[in-house]
Write a protein that binds this ligand. Structure first.
Ligand SMILES: [Zn+2]
Length: 493
């Protein structure tokens, strides 16, 4: 088998539309920037898929021995309701609806985001910068773009001049759009906006008097445009040019296109070498949308409190379900697909236990373990193909079963290789943990016992004990609910 340093990785680059050999700019150091969430709502399942996809890339590169600096931002300011730079800031709007401070909205949904991703066993990024923490850098960047002649100021706002940029570069090269088509298709007539052209985008927006999230700038009080933060923060932590820039497919246009334009405007080079996009998740064959009700939140899957799934599914099974599809394919979430994934996952975990329990003293192996191990790497080297990796792991699972049944044999050395490879791909690379599911199951049994003990205490009017059980569980985030027939529990999210 090739040494880890010799693994040749192919990455699908959205910019070229082909798989390219991955060659980091600085030896074994990799810089990766992934656009994080706008924290005005509970994190969507589709977004989770994106972050799980990049978690796999992060984990695999680390597994190969790369030193990865993974930067994923938190958009806590400046993301307007629509891409035409109009409407309210999403966070401000939510603050108004919930009658709380915008930073309370940010805090609430950042906590939800972190908790949900932790349940999915994603690794935290190396740096998680926030837009509000980098206002100075964003103002500086807007000033530089103005100085380079690719932006203009109107009435306290600063806009990027897309037409001017397109004279020397190609605006639309990532998404495959042509500026002349965009202009042709636009319905906005001149004079409606202060922008010179509808395709221009805001680097800095003037704050209206009622706008709470505002900062002083050379152009007056305002707030940064959404696209600006990613360029400011990726440059600050990864440099003007870095290796991988990722995000959901929906960010290709306009967000990433605008990031490329901003980067090129100040440094004359495209910010990233490889643009990687994760595809979307559908629900029962249709696009997920809150407005149509065709929507499910991660926590609703875990608790079972939804009308779509017949029962709850653990975060690990949900993660496994997502990894059974390649990150660039559309993936459809459904009750049947989850049931199948749950079965598949438990088969894989059984194989892991079986493999660990096998004892051998034979001289021969009826399975080419070295070749199989390289096949696992080949799957991941081919644009992080997790479904092929999982299928390859199942090949070994089948062989392990045959060894256990006495139909095949394996040497001690091969068994060790098989076990360690199986473990490292399942735990380190795929981030699947047998323990999480097991602990859930054991804890649930323990909880039922506590509920029973509390009910017994109540029956004999020992309210000191029954209240103690209820209160201590509540402190731990487990809320008991007394129904007419039975006591159930929910977890405080
Ligand atoms: Zn971004």
């Amino acid at each position: 088998m090739k040494s880890i340093a010799e693994q040749r990785i192919l990455v699908y680059n959205s910019l070229s539309g082909t798989k390219e050999e991955f060659k980091p700019l600085n030896g074994n150091m990799v810089g990766m920037y992934v656009c994080g969430p706008t924290v005005y709502n509970n994190v969507h399942l589709g977004n989770c898929r994106t972050f799980i996809s990049f978690d796999i890339i992060f984990r695999y590169l680390k597994h190969l021995g790369y030193k990865v600096r993974y930067v994923r931002n938190i958009t806590d300011a400046g993301h307007l309701e629509n891409d035409a730079d109009e409407g309210e800031d999403r966070i401000t709007k939510k603050a108004r609806i919930e009658e709380i401070e915008p930073m309370e909205v940010v805090q609430k949904y950042t906590v939800d985001f972190h908790r949900t991703l932790a349940k999915f066993n994603t690794l935290p990024p190396s740096i998680e910068p926030t837009a509000t923490g980098h206002i100075v850098e964003q103002i500086e960047l807007a000033k530089q773009i103005l100085e380079s002649g690719f932006a203009y100021e109107v009435n306290g706002s600063v806009y990027f001049d897309v037409l001017k940029f397109n004279e020397s570069s190609a605006y639309g090269k990532l998404s495959g759009r042509k500026l002349k088509d965009m202009i042709h298709n636009t319905r906005e007539t001149s004079g409606q906006s202060e922008k010179r052209n509808p395709q221009d985008f805001a680097l800095w927006k003037k704050a209206q008097p009622e706008h709470i999230m505002r900062w002083p700038s050379p152009w007056g009080d305002g707030f940064p445009g959404w696209h600006l933060e990613c360029t400011a923060m990726s440059t600050k932590y990864l440099g003007k040019k870095f290796d991988i820039h990722g995000g959901g497919m929906d960010l290709k246009f306009p967000h990433h296109e605008c990031e490329i334009a901003q980067g090129e405007a100040v440094s004359n080079c495209s910010p990233a070498n490889y643009w990687v996009h994760a595809n979307m998740l559908t629900l029962n064959g249709k696009k997920m949308a809150k407005s149509t009700g065709n929507n499910i939140l991660p926590n609703e899957i875990f608790t079972g409190e939804n009308d779509i799934m017949e029962r709850p599914f653990s975060p690990t099974v949900t993660r496994f379900f997502m990894l059974q599809a390649h990150y660039r394919s559309v993936l459809d979430f459904s009750n049947d697909a989850m049931l199948a994934s749950e079965k598949g996952f438990s088969k894989l975990m059984q194989a892991l236990s079986l493999l660990d329990s096998i004892n051998t003293d034979t001289e021969t192996t009826g399975f080419d373990v070295t070749k199989w191990k390289q096949k696992c790497y080949d799957a991941m080297n081919d644009d992080f193909n997790t479904p092929i990796l999982i299928a390859t792991l199942f090949d070994a699972a089948k062989f392990a079963q045959n060894v256990n049944d006495g139909r095949e044999s394996i040497t001690k050395e091969d068994l060790n290789t098989l076990q360690s490879t199986f473990h490292s791909f399942i735990h380190d690379v795929l981030g699947l943990s047998k323990e999480v599911q097991g602990v859930d199951h054991y804890l649930e049994d323990a909880l039922h016992l506590l509920i029973e003990l509390r009910n017994d205490a109540r029956k004999r009017k020992d309210f000191v004990t029954s209240d103690k059980i209820r209160d201590e569980l509540s402190k731990a985030g487990i809320i008991l609910k007394d129904g007419s027939h039975e006591t159930t529990f929910t977890l405080r999210q």
